[in-house]
Design a protein around this ligand. Structure first.
Ligand code: HEC
Ligand code: HEC
Length: 305
C-alpha cells in the first residue's frame, strides 16, 4: 500500500513536470510562432497567363542572362562565382530549377521587386541598391518568363541536394557533404591548389559579408541544433523568427522546403533512422527488465515474510 502511494506521488510530479513546467520553460525560451503555411499572403498573385514558348526571348530581352546561368537550357554563367560575388555580393543562382523551387506567386514578386519579396527592405534602399534590379518590363513578359521556368523545371528531377544547392548553396557551406559556397571542393594534390581554393573561398566569404553584413553559417549540423520545425518556419519567413536578420525570405514551395530539410537530415543526422529503430528495442528492454525486477522482488520478499 505504501509503495502504491509512493508510486502515485512519483507519477504525479512527473506529469506536473511534463505538462506544466517543461512547456512553460519552453514557451519562454522559444516564443511561440505560427507554423509555416507557404501561402505568401502578403504578395500579389500573378494575374496573366504566360506562354512558355515566348519565355526564353523575354528572359534574354530583360537581361536576366547577364547575371544568371540557365544550364538546363545551355546558358552558361557569365562569370565564375568569386568574380560574380565581387560584383553582386553573392553569386546569382542558376535558374534551371527556379520553376520547381519557388512558389509561383513568390517568383513573380521576386522578379518584380526582389528586396521586397525577400523581406530585405530594411537592408537595402536608395543608398544601398539591391544587386538584382527591379523588373520594369511588361506584365506579359513576366508571365511568359514564369511559364517558361516552370516548363523547364518539369523536365528535370528536383533532388534534395539540388534543392539545397540552388536555394541555399550560394550563401551557406555544407562542409560535411563537401559543399562550399564557391562549389564542391575538388580532389587536390598540391598544397598550392589547396591554398588557392581556400583563398577563393575566403574572398567569396568576404564579399558575402560585405553584402549581408554577416557571414551565413555552415549548415552541416543545423538540423540537429535547430530541428526540422524551426528550419521549415525559418526558411518560410526568417524575419518572423529573427527580426532584422539579413537572411532573405527564399520563397520555396512546401515540397522544395521538405527536400532541403531531407538533405540537411541526410548530412547532419545520418544516424537518425538507426536511432529511431534502436529506441523501440530499448523500450522493449525496459518492459522485460521491469517484469523481471518485479518477479525477483516478489521472490525475495516471500522469503523474508
Ligand atoms: C544585375 C544582375 C541580375 C539581373 C539582371 C537579374 N538578377 Fe536575379 N538575382 C541576382 C542576384 C545577385 C540574386 C541573388 C540575391 C540574393 O540571394 O541575395 C538573384 C536572385 C534571383 C532569384 C532567386 C530568388 C530567391 O528567392 O532566392 C531568381 C528566381 C532570379 N534572380 C530571377 C531573375 C530573373 C527572371 C531575371 C530577369 C528578369 C533576373 N533575375 C535578373 C542578380 C540578377
Ligand atoms: C542570400 C544569402 C542566403 C541564402 C540564399 C540563404 N541564407 Fe540562410 N542565412 C543567411 C544569413 C546572412 C544568415 C545569418 C543570419 C543572422 O545571423 O541574422 C543565415 C542564417 C541561416 C540559419 C541560422 C538561423 C539561426 O537560427 O541562427 C539557417 C538555419 C539558415 N540560414 C538556413 C537557410 C536555408 C535552409 C536556406 C535555403 C533554403 C538559406 N538559409 C538560404 C543568408 C542566406
Amino acid at each position: 500500500m505504501r509503495e502504491l502511494k509512493i508510486l502515485a506521488i512519483v507519477i504525479f510530479f512527473t506529469l506536473v513536470t511534463y505538462w506544466g513546467v517543461e512547456p512553460f520553460a519552453h514557451s519562454i525560451m522559444h516564443p511561440h510562432h505560427e507554423p509555416a503555411t507557404f501561402k505568401y499572403e502578403d504578395l500579389k498573385p500573378l494575374n496573366k497567363k504566360g506562354d512558355p514558348k515566348r519565355g526564353m526571348k523575354a528572359i534574354v530581352n530583360n537581361g536576366c542572362v547577364g547575371c544568371h546561368s540557365i544550364k538546363a537550357a545551355n546558358v552558361p554563367a557569365p562569370m565564375d562565382p568569386v568574380t560574380a560575388s565581387a560584383s553582386y555580393g553573392v553569386n546569382p543562382p542558376d535558374l534551371s530549377l527556379a520553376g520547381a523551387l519557388y512558389d509561383e506567386k513568390f517568383l513573380a514578386n521576386v522578379i518584380v521587386n526582389p528586396a521586397h519579396a525577400m523581406k530585405l527592405d530594411h537592408k537595402f534602399g536608395d543608398n544601398k541598391p539591391f544587386p538584382m534590379p527591379n523588373f520594369y518590363g511588361n506584365a506579359q513578359d513576366l508571365a511568359d518568363i514564369i511559364a517558361y521556368l516552370k516548363a523547364l523545371a518539369k523536365h528535370q528531377q528536383l533532388t534534395p541536394k539540388a534543392a539545397f544547392i540552388n536555394a541555399c548553396g550560394r550563401c551557406h557551406d555544407m562542409k560535411y557533404d563537401n559543399w562550399y559556397v564557391i562549389g564542391p571542393k575538388p580532389k587536390m594534390d598540391t598544397e598550392l591548389e589547396k591554398a588557392e581554393f581556400n583563398l577563393k573561398h575566403a574572398q567569396y566569404q568576404a564579399n558575402l559579408k560585405n553584402y549581408l553584413g554577416t557571414n551565413p553559417p555552415d549548415l552541416s549540423m543545423y538540423i540537429r541544433s535547430r530541428g526540422e520545425e524551426y528550419i521549415r518556419d525559418f526558411v518560410e519567413d526568417p524575419q518572423k523568427l529573427l527580426p532584422g536578420t539579413a537572411m532573405p525570405r527564399v520563397g520555396l514551395t512546401k515540397e522544395a522546403t521538405y527536400q532541403v530539410i531531407e538533405y540537411m537530415e541526410k548530412v547532419g543526422d545520418r544516424k537518425k533512422d538507426k536511432r529511431n529503430f534502436l529506441g523501440a528495442w530499448v523500450l522493449l528492454y525496459f518492459v522485460i527488465f521491469s517484469i523481471l525486477a518485479y518477479l525477483w522482488k516478489k521472490q525475495i520478499w516471500k522469503e523474508v515474510e
